[in-house]
Design a protein around this ligand. Sequence first.
Ligand code: GLN
Length: 528
Amino acid sequence: MSSTKKNNNTKGHPKGLYLLFVTEMWERFSYYGMRALFMLYMVQALLFDKELASQVYGSYTGLVYLTPLIGGYIADKYWGNRRSIVVGALIMAVGQFLLFLSACYFHQVDMAKWLMFCGLGLLILGNGFFKPNISTMVGRLYSDEDKRKDSAFTIFYMGVNVGSTLAPLICGLIGNTGHPEDFKWGFLASCIGMILGAVIFQIFKNKYICDPEGNPVGTAPEKKTDDDIKKNKDGGTFSARGITAIVATVVLTLVFSVNWDWIAGNEDMSGGHIFSGADWIGSLIYATVIVMPVLIITDHSLDRNEKIKIGIIYVIAFFVIFFWAAYEQAGASLTFFADEQTNRNIGGWEMPAAYFQSFNPVMLVMLAPIFAALWSFMGRNGIEPSSVKKQAIGLFLLAMGYLFIAFGVKDVEPGVKVSMIWLTGLYLIHTMGELCLAPIGLSLVYKLSPARFSSLLMGVWYLSTSAANKMAGMLSGYYPEGGAVKSFLGYKVENLYDFFLLFVFMSGTAAIVLFLLSGKLQKLMHDN
Ligand code: GLN
């Protein structure tokens, strides 16, 4: 414990939390800054149509959350959290730089596209190393019994949202000017943000990232312990299981890619698909989401209690898919809505559509302390909802946000712009839902995971965001355009009202079912 100090003072929080806060803040600045411009860049500079742009957007945001599985696995087994975070940050910085170059040459569409897809590839890879590992590190700063974890994850989640607040403001201001040649400045700002995060983490990590005893955490796992020898014995079995898993993933990907509608002779294929005839990336994501959790939970080194706890993570993660699929419309269909259907005129000044993406994080940063106080007030009075119920409340609030905006657009003629109140109200209600669900979910996953699998399981948790983001891109394709009627599993989307109600039904149903299951899940959690 040469350069580190003990952090077992239970007042306040260890300094390491604030280092993780700042690092994650810059990384999210970079992610959301690019994301605020990405759709608009594809449509306005590269002249993609909205359906194609939605597909690319959905695939990117889906894959970004698929790779944490790989990053989590490599960290738990070989690199540890620290190294994974630094490697991930540097890869993402290069990815953002390629997007900057793409936007510099957007007139040469072929080259710009090529640079853009290479940049996206690096962002996807880098995020895989970064995201699960920084989240797990938060939990590692505390002892197992420490009750401050929920509040630590809430503070960390505020860091996420400080970055997400600044990103669209800064990148939107310099990148979304109405002139396609300015997109590059927004991407460059994202690149600089990522470099700053990496440098700050690298400089201070040895000093502040330690456990309550002052020992460094997040370093590479030790080699050649008895445990390793046992795992080596299992190694053969794991490879056989690993190969089976890969084969199963490939087969399922193929099955999901088959266009069953076409085989069945169904002519109505408007609006995209969920499981049948999905594009390759969507199919791969859905296949991975099914196969990988099975591979992990059948690992021989897990005992029964550990398996039950991991099973609980899976059940909650499944419901959480419906939260993020509806919530993530923020960067997709809700950006179109802000751009085309919302009156953004404030006293003669036309607010850029990208600014709407700051509403949610600003509200989150403001509301987080209120929610933290509310939970502790309820806790003191014995009325605090369980962690699982909080997830269900989050889903319910999401449905309410869409119900609110559905009323706002009911009977409005296409092309007529509505007041900003509707989108603002939706974001306010969604933010409250997010506070019930997201930080509590991270804390729950950390607490339920066996330590040797914690980053990998964080990767599994992000798999639900992966599936959700892919679904969000697909659902955004139902955004009504030019009077065309699109059909989603028999539900006809003719106008914005129908479109928003789709999300009310989806997240409302998920909320009710999870609420009904919550007692049972909570009991299983405590009994094991
Ligand atoms: N806003 C959160 C973040 O960027 C969302 C994470 C998630 O799981 N979808 O970290």
